[in-house]
Design a protein around this ligand. Structure first.
Ligand SMILES: CC(C)(COP(=O)(O)OP(=O)(O)OC[C@H]1O[C@@H](n2cnc3c(N)ncnc32)[C@H](O)[C@@H]1OP(=O)(O)O)[C@@H](O)C(=O)NCCC(=O)NCCS
Length: 151
């Protein structure tokens, strides 16, 4: 990973820039940093936001979301570093299983050690977390794919 890029936990003050960044990456920007979640961001030395990852906390399991790296910074290990940072925190707070939704990045998640699962398995494990409630409300669950990893 580029040594000039630093990963740190996001604060509420970072919320608007994370939402902007996610929308630029064609990812959803709702529910970022609301209670029961934690986010990390990657910044260059001049504070440009070039990567993000988020966790939503359930009972013994967490949902990983908002994993994105700006196109000029891809394929250097930054995505893996962001994922590992979030997973280390998940482990610390007692999450034994990590779930995520992904329709188009399956090959990446396979490489990161995730396995494909039915969406119902994800929603049963994490029925109350923000992204599940959001996707249920907008009718998106039917077209989603679930992924999980034991940590
Ligand atoms: C997916 C994404 C986060 C990867 O970030 P990245 O910083 O380029 O990834 P890394 O450099 O850490 O790559 C880690 C490994 O995955 C591989 N990889 C990277 N992008 C990949 C892709 N799109 N498909 C399959 N494998 C991929 C790398 O070759 C590397 O493999 P290795 O460790 O065996 O060498 C980035 O492409 C992105 O932001 N995409 C748009 C947003 C998105 O789709 N996010 C996922 C939402 S579910």
């Amino acid at each position: 990973m580029n040594p000039e890029i630093k990963i740190r936990a996001a604060t509420w003050a970072d919320q608007p820039s994370i939402v902007d960044f996610l929308r630029q990456m064609n990812l959803r920007g709702e529910d970022i940093l609301i209670p029961g979640t934690r986010y990390w961001l990657a910044q260059t030395a001049d504070h440009a936001l070039v990567g993000s990852a988020g966790l939503e906390f359930g009972e013994g399991a967490c949902l990983l979301r908002s994993v994105a790296v700006a196109s000029d910074y891809r394929m250097t290990g930054l995505g893996r570093e962001l994922v590992n940072t979030a997973l280390a925190y998940a482990r610390e707070i007692g999450c034994k299983t990590i779930y995520l939704f992904s329709v188009s990045s399956g090959s990446y998640w396979l490489r990161m050690g995730f396995q494909k699962i039915p969406v119902d398995e994800l929603t049963q494990a994490l029925p109350e977390i923000p992204q599940v409630l959001r996707f249920a409300a907008i009718g998106k669950l039917a077209t989603e794919t679930g992924w999980k990893k034991e940590i």
